[in-house]
Design a protein around this ligand. Structure first.
Ligand code: MOS
Length: 734
């Protein structure tokens, strides 16, 4: 019956995106639209002793300047400022709330003008005097002040003792610097004032209903008076999970002016939002000479702000991959005078697995074992944190197919032993792991007698291809051509959906569509039975399917009624159903995706320049809904992994607590010239335990392990082990 699921279907929103028909948060029009510009703090910590907005106000075209002294009312309790994504301990950031400065780049005034250039110019005239306080922004200076946070990983045995007694040991510290998301689309909000005090908020976000609830609680609005819309998102990668400050400021502006306001952050200001926290990771691995692990210790120290405890699980992944008789995990947080750190693609895993997989490479070298062979000897068929088997785990097959596609068996073990002309050649590999999550959510389907269907839900498509896979699943479930399906997303008034994150949206939407389509089919069958001499008079609901615009008996394909005829029998033009997905509770299995990443680098020995010439990523992630968008997901992740390994670093001047490269000229990300041959393999992984359709999600798995595979390849090429990311040419030359 399936005809679209699994195929390489092009993006249904592709045309809208390339023609500019797709609108983003900063592009929606409004009558008498005012434009806002943010004034940021020049210091990282202290109080505003005086803020003089007089000169800014005197600029022609300036409508108002908002500060903590004159802004409209906002909620006072931390509870009112908590959004769905961040139930972390602490006190969420409140822009323009009071005179306190908690990080450099903090918004401290909002200039509202008739046009953007005027507002921006006037923002430069706001005069601020500060009472400065001592601050620290360097993790290296603060890590001994770090405090332990509880994580679900479960230590067992005595890892220290076993490590001391192990015949082969590897112990080292790895460092991942602060990184920023840098989506192409700038964070923006257009708040439309409709005259009656109702607001329509166009926002760049990964979750419109999260933003809607948050704004209603911050501004004490009734749910019906504030609607949040975000049909398209130009990349977010976790930066749009929590409501960002621009949506609060744009709303404040609209309330102050009683007219519509747009605020688009500058690229520089985007560095004042969340970031992947700088992290110190210590690994201590003790092995027997045969390559089994006796001791595994993973300690991580990650950055958070002074006012919230954001942390994700860096240390828990080792127990999902490798058996060790003794294991210990410690996760700590260090407070710095920075904004709160945030989710960024595969949070916790991208960093923690980088360190783990470099350490495993170093252990393989100490054991004189092939790195793939070491992983197979330590391979775990159980999640050792929970002592559970997996719903499925085709990681062995990832290693096998990845190695074969890469040509791994031709690798010479000795570093510096492979060359291409004057270049040193290095081959490295690593494992990736992520979670297979699914969330409750609803969709509404409206099926017309003409065989066209609209599918509605509040979910966002953050560029991952949600529109497209939803259209595929709906087309198959309703038995209609994909062109007859319209997907409507990104509106808080639509059926309930979680934020789009955690790689859970594919499984969640697909099962919500399947559940709703089943209701539609049931209603069509009831209508079909009312037709005189109906060929489906005796058909049971489970024995009929929707195909080619008809309700068809699965037992006898000659028994069928068209959708149009069924609706005509009830004198109706459309059927509308809304249903929430349900997943059977399964506490007996762990649910994860896995990958094996193989990388080739070529290093210019004289200049230290590193090129990642080949990557093979073999991914096991259950059923692949769309061969084309899935391939793009993993390609994009591998490219980002190249950036993480070689380019990305938010550079601070810790004397001033300021970011020195808050722009994409100096914050380096891979460009086309950095990206060479990337091969993506999806390993077959049937799984009817994870959920009925066997979907695990792909948003995050693709980046995990990539930086480690490249770092390991750089070692293999050069004989130099560089543990601090990014691996820049100065470190290779040193
Ligand atoms: Mo993702 S970091 O859950 O947007």
């Amino acid at each position: 019956m399936t005809s679209y699921i699994g195929t390489a279907t092009s993006r249904v929103d592709g045309r809208a995106k390339v023609t500019g028909e797709a609108r983003y948060a900063g592009e929606f029009k409004a009558i008498r639209l005012a434009h806002a510009a943010v004034v940021e703090s020049a210091i990282p910590k202290g109080r505003i002793s005086r803020i003089d907005t007089g000169a800014a106000r005197r600029v022609a075209g300036v409508l108002d300047v908002l500060t903590h002294e004159n802004r409209p009312r906002m909620a006072d309790t931390d509870k009112a400022w908590k959004d769905d994504v961040a139930p972390e301990d602490g006190s969420p950031f409140r822009p323009l709330y009071d005179d306190r400065i908690m990080f450099s780049g903090q918004p401290i005034a909002l200039v509202l003008g008739e046009d953007w250039e005027t507002a921006r110019y006037a923002a430069s005239l706001v005069d601020i005097q500060y009472d400065k306080q001592d601050f620290v922004t360097d993790l290296r200076q603060q890590h001994d002040q770090a405090f332990v946070v509880e994580k679900p990983d479960k230590p067992h045995g005595d890892a220290d003792k076993a490590f001391a007694a192990a015949s082969v040991r590897h112990e080292a510290e790895y460092y991942i610097p602060t990184e920023h998301h840098n989506p192409m689309e700038l964070f923006a909000s257009t708040v439309v004032w409709d005259g009656g005090g109702k607001l329509t908020v166009y926002d760049k976000t990964q979750g419109v209903q999260n933003v809607q609830r948050y704004l209603c609680s911050v501004f004490d609005k009734a749910p019906d008076d504030l609607r949040v819309i975000s049909p398209y998102v130009g990349g977010a990668f976790g930066a749009g999970l929590r409501p960002q400050y621009q949506v609060v400021l744009a709303t404040l502006g609209a309330l102050a002016l009683r007219r519509s306001v747009r605020l688009v952050l500058t690229r520089q200001q985007m560095y004042g939002l969340g970031y992947r926290p700088a992290t110190i990771e210590r690994l201590a691995l003790g092995a027997s000479a045969n390559g089994t692990l006796d001791a595994l210790t993973h300690e991580a120290i990650a950055v958070t702000s002074q006012f919230e405890e954001f942390s994700r699980n860096d240390t828990g992944w080792a127990a999902l991959l490798y058996k060790s008789t003794n294991a210990n995990y410690v996760h700590k947080l260090a407070r710095l005078d920075l904004p709160t750190s945030s989710d960024m693609r595969a949070p916790g895993a991208a960093t923690g697995v980088y360190a783990l997989e470099c350490a495993m490479d170093e252990l393989a070298i100490a054991l004189k074992l092939d790195p793939v062979e070491l992983r197979l000897r330590c391979y775990s068929d159980r999640d050792q944190n929970e002592d559970l088997p997996y719903t499925s785990k085709a990681l062995r097959e990832c290693y096998r197919q990845g190695a074969e596609a890469f040509g791994w068996k031709a690798r010479k073990a000795e570093p510096r032993s492979m060359r291409d002309g004057s270049d040193l050649v290095g081959w490295g590999m690593a494992t990736g792991v992520w979670e297979a999550l699914q969330m409750p959510m609803a969709v509404r389907i409206v099926l017309g007698a003409n065989g066209h269907a609209e599918v509605f839900c509040a979910a966002s498509d953050i560029g991952t291809g949600t529109y497209t896979i939803m259209a595929q699943v709906a087309a198959d479930a309703l038995g209609l051509p994909i062109d007859n399906i319209t997907i409507r997303l990104g509106d808080s008034t639509l059926p309930q959906a979680p934020v789009e994150g955690g790689s859970w949206m594919a499984a969640s939407t697909a099962h919500a569509i399947a559940a709703t389509a089943e209701e539609i089919r049931g209603e069509l069958l009831a209508l079909a039975k009312r037709i005189k001499d109906s060929p489906l008079a005796d058909a049971r609901p489970e024995d009929v399917a929707l195909a080619d615009g008809r309700l068809v008996s699965k037992l006898d394909a000659s028994r069928a009624i068209s959708i149009a005829d069924a609706m005509r029998s009830g004198a109706i033009e459309r059927i509308e159903k809304e249903k929430t997905n349900t997943f059977a509770e399964d506490k007996k299995h762990a649910r994860n995706t896995h990958s094996a990443v193989f990388a080739e680098v070529k290093v210019d020995e004289q200049l230290g320049v590193i090129r990642v010439t080949r990557v093979v990523s073999a991914v096991a992630a259950g059923r692949i809904l769309n061969a084309k968008t899935a391939h793009s997901q993993i390609m994009g992740s591998v490219v980002w992994g190249i950036g993480m390994a070689l380019h990305e670093e938010t550079v601070f001047d810790h004397r001033f607590g300021r970011i020195m490269n808050a722009n994409i000229a100096e914050y380096h990300v891979p460009v086309n010239a950095d990206v060479h041959d990337i091969k993506v393999i999806f390993v077959d992984e049937p799984d009817d335990l994870v959920n009925p359709m066997g979907i695990k999600g792909l948003g995050e798995i693709g980046i995990v392990g990539v930086a480690a595979a490249i770092a390991n390849a750089v070692y293999h090429a050069t004989g130099k082990r560089i543990r601090d990311l990014p691996i820049t040419l100065d470190k290779v030359m040193r």
